[in-house]
Ligand binder design. Structure first.
Ligand SMILES: [Zn+2]
Length: 73
């Protein structure tokens, strides 16, 4: 048993843009980064970035699931 605690089993968040992707993804589909973290605090699902003031504030312009705050290990 792993003692590593994850926010969402099977998923990881991009270090650059906080886009949440499945654990087996090699590259972030949003920004192309290959650096990910496995722990974060809070998530936001963006369906229509143009109409979401939260997405605008976070600088999100692509629909998807994003982590709000990354936790560095
Ligand atoms: Zn990214």
């Amino acid at each position: 048993m792993s003692t590593r605690k994850r926010t969402l089993a099977g998923y990881k968040a991009c270090k650059q843009c906080k886009f949440v992707v499945p654990e087996d993804a090699k590259q972030c589909p949003n920004c192309g980064s290959e650096e990910f973290v496995y722990k974060w605090r809070g998530m936001i699902a963006v369906i229509d970035p143009a109409k979401s003031c939260i997405a605008k504030r976070l600088g999100i312009d692509k629909p998807g699931i994003y982590a709000l705050e990354l936790v560095e290990e």
